[in-house]
Design a protein around this ligand. Structure first.
Ligand SMILES: Nc1ncnc2c1ncn2[C@@H]1O[C@H](COP(=O)(O)OP(=O)(O)OP(=O)(O)O)[C@@H](O)[C@H]1O
Length: 712
């Protein structure tokens, strides 16, 4: 990278020109909008078309709001081809940027990074130049061009700038594009939210981003290999490439928790894709309340059972068990006599309803119809089912009989009843789980179903029940489409290794066509049913097409000294998995401090790091139950700080419970009491590995207890 490149003034002029063109197209769009507003009236069709046009216009206007992000970040010069497609000596150049910009004559000024023309910018290598003669990376701050880095291709060049030719055959860390631009971006301080990487996407990442849409794509990679950021860029790429129909079908991004979603929320808008749903699984379950972090949650055994794929069978049984023929005939006074529903007749109705309807609630109307038909038939007088219904439907014994045969149920009602009754649990789960297992599901009944605070492990069960029950019929037995489970044309799941089979099924239920990008790291799996192999995950994802598993091998976040230490823990946690290769050497070794007082030790370490790196983002990552105590100690010592569990990473110093640290990244991290992190939970070593792999610059470990063997 050089600040004295001879082309700097010319390129600066080009960048300025690009911004001018962008400004002009913005103004043109506003003008068009004003024109439309002034021109109200016309036929319905004309108004409809104009509104649709306005929508597109407004969207584009919002997308054009770049903030401080670089509009143009590179350029490629490639050999033009002749009519037969053979390369010529003539060069054509394209500037690559965040979005497409044209001049007033509609000539392209900036090419969208997702366009096919831009592909060689990310993929070309010395060995496979893809027609390029030169690739140029810009270092920019907003509009100002700070430096230029060139890589040359062709005879005598093997992609200058970095020693790419030599390293290419080995793959791995040395095989990088735009090396100094990349390193500069990696060494920048972290802001508490993840940024985009359009300017420095690496070859192995680009292959994932541009990989075809269909089927399930699994991205396996160690911490800091860019899985999250790559998955989000892929979503943006797919939207660009398949705008129609994907924009209407929708793209869904699923993350593990709120802290994480807050951390990633800027990436897609910065790529001009603002309208994508980014959710946790619990967000997909409407109408119930979840326990807060401080409220009681499930035992480890209950979490395992609730995550087990066989829970689907239990829920099916539980619904079946609520579809019950009458024990005795129902006899109701009617007119001068009686009407009667025989118990055998009620059995026939239940049996047929089960056969006819896939989803429980949808059958209620039919059951009611048959119920009153049978009652009317039993009357000696000539009465219609409608008359009978009008007369008797509000009698308690009639309502009771119908609710016994076929109650309308919400998922919450079904599970509330099931978990609150040992008899119902035994009936539904007795064939599926052993007694001590299904007993773990039992909990005291709440007064009312609305009082229940559902747990994280209940989320997927409520959703499974929603699928089996279907929406509640509204007035006149009508089903409201809005109550149906919504599907999406593409689904991204981050930290997928932590989802249980039931949770994976929940995501699969939302897939319109089997197209998914799921990213994760088996070595970081700490969920109740942590998988050891990708097959364990794929079993519950859509299988219309054979899945593809692609690995990422280069670690961008963690400097090699920290990686070396973390890898010792990884090898102890998941022997046999390959550790990523770090892309850079840091300027400090990790520090391990044994202290007499934990709180004092942590405060001292904060002060030491603060003195060394005054503007760095620092996290204190500790076992969950130590966080309050540490936070108080920081207050006493006069260190303002945030709490990740409630506010994300919006302060320079944050206390982060180890249970929510996954996926996050900071400049410096102090890991507190690693031995307790290991002993506190089933996959403790993996949890420690996650904690150790968060910093981009400094790692400190503070402990009073001993250290886990892999750290000594
Ligand atoms: N090509 C790249 N250019 C610049 N920065 C990159 C690149 N790839 C990844 N990074 C940076 O590396 C860091 C780690 O990326 P990311 O969080 O996506 O990794 P991850 O694999 O999801 O990690 P984890 O497993 O810990 O969740 C981020 O700051 C990201 O911006």
């Amino acid at each position: 990278m050089t600040q004295h490149h001879p082309d700097l003034p010319d390129e600066q002029a080009y960048v300025d020109h690009a911004y001018d063109c962008l400004e002009q197209s913005k103004q043109a769009a506003w003008q068009l909008r004003d024109l439309n507003e002034a021109d109200l009236g016309g036929t319905f069709q004309a108004r409809f078309e104009r509104n649709a046009f306005d929508e597109a216009l407004l969207k584009r206007l919002t997308d054009l709001d770049l903030g401080n992000a670089a509009l143009v970040f590179g350029r490629i010069d490639r050999h033009a081809t002749d009519d037969a497609g053979a390369p010529t000596d003539e060069l054509e150049s394209f500037h690559i940027g965040r979005l497409a910009v044209a001049d007033p004559n509609a000539e392209p000024v900036v090419i969208d990074w997702r366009a096919p023309v831009a592909e060689p910018f990310y993929r070309a290598t010395g060995r496979e130049p893809m027609g390029l003669a030169r690739r140029r990376h810009f270092a920019v701050e907003g509009r100002k061009l700070l430096g230029i880095e060139d890589e040359l291709f062709g005879d005598g060049h093997l992609g200058l700038g970095h020693d790419e030719g030599l390293a290419e055959s080995s793959g791995g860390a040395a095989n990088l594009r735009g090396y100094s631009t990349l390193i500069a971006s990696l060494e920048r301080g972290r802001t508490g939210t993840l940024g985009d990487i359009v300017a420095t996407i690496q070859g192995e990442q680009d292959e994932i981003i541009r990989s075809p849409q269909a089927g399930v794509l699994v991205v396996q990679g160690g911490p800091g290999t860019g899985k999250t950021v790559v998955a989000l860029h892929r979503a943006a790429y797919l939207l660009y490439t398949h705008r129609f129909p994907l924009e209407d079908q929708g793209v869904l991004v699923i993350g593990p928790n709120r802290v994480f979603l807050k951390y990633i929320e800027q990436v897609l808008p910065s790529l001009g894709e603002a309208g994508i749903d980014q959710v946790t699984l619990a967000d997909l379950v409407p109408g119930v309340r979840f326990a807060t972090r401080d409220e009681a949650t499930d035992s480890t055994l209950a979490q395992k059972i609730k995550g087990d794929a066989r829970m689907s069978d239990v829920i099916d049984h539980a619904v079946n068990d609520r579809e019950r023929p009458l024990r005795d005939d129902l006899v109701v006074p009617y007119g001068a006599g009686y009407v009667r529903l025989r118990a055998e007749e009620s059995a026939r109705i239940v049996k047929q309803a089960r056969r006819r309807f896939r989803r429980h609630n949808a059958a209620r109307r039919w059951v009611e119809g048959e119920f009153y038909n049978a009652l009317a038939d039993s009357s000696r007088a000539d009465v219609s089912p409608r008359q009978v219904r009008g007369e008797i439907r509000s009698l308690p014994e009639v309502r009771e009989a119908l609710d016994r045969m076929w109650p309308v149920l919400t998922p919450a009602q079904l599970l509330h009843d099931l978990f609150g009754s040992m008899a119902l649990l035994r009936l539904a789960a007795g064939d599926v789980f052993a007694e001590h297992e299904y007993k773990a599901l039992h909990r005291a009944r709440s007064e009312h179903v609305d009082d229940v605070r559902w747990t994280p492990a209940d989320v997927a069960l409520l959703d499974d029940a929603r699928e089996v029950l279907g929406p509640k019929p509204g007035k006149g037995g009508k089903i409201d489409e809005a109550d149906e489970i919504r599907t999406f044309g593409h689904i991204v799941i981050d930290e997928v290794q932590d989802l249980t089979p039931m949770q994976l099924k929940m995501a699969t239920r939302r897939s319109l066509n089997g197209s998914m990008t799921v990213v994760g790291d088996i070595a970081q799996a700490t969920g109740p049913l942590a998988p050891d192999r990708w097959e364990d995950v794929l079993e519950y994802l859509p299988d219309r097409k054979p899945p593809r598993v692609i690995g990422l091998s280069v670690g961008y976040r963690i400097p090699s000294q920290i990686m070396t230490l973390a890898n010792r823990v990884m090898r102890a946690a998941t022997p046999g998995l390959r550790a990523p290769e770090s892309v850079r050497v840091g300027d400090a070794e990790p520090r391990i401090e044994q202290v007499a007082s934990r709180n004092d030790g942590v405060v001292t370490e904060v002060e030491r790091l603060r003195a060394e790196l005054p503007t760095a983002s620092i996290a204190i990552v500790a076992p969950d139950d130590l966080c309050d105590d540490l936070s108080e100690a920081l207050v006493l010592a006069g260190h303002p700080h945030g709490r990740a569990a409630t506010a994300g990473l919006d302060q320079l110093l944050t206390v982060v419970p180890v249970s929510v640290v996954k996926g996050l990244e900071l400049d410096a991290v102090i890991v507190v009491e690693p031995a307790r992190i290991v002993s506190d939970q089933e996959h403790g070593l993996r949890a420690l590995y996650v904690a150790l792999t968060r910093p981009t610059q400094r790692l400190s470990i503070v402990h009073t207890d001993g250290l886990p063997a892999s750290l000594t």
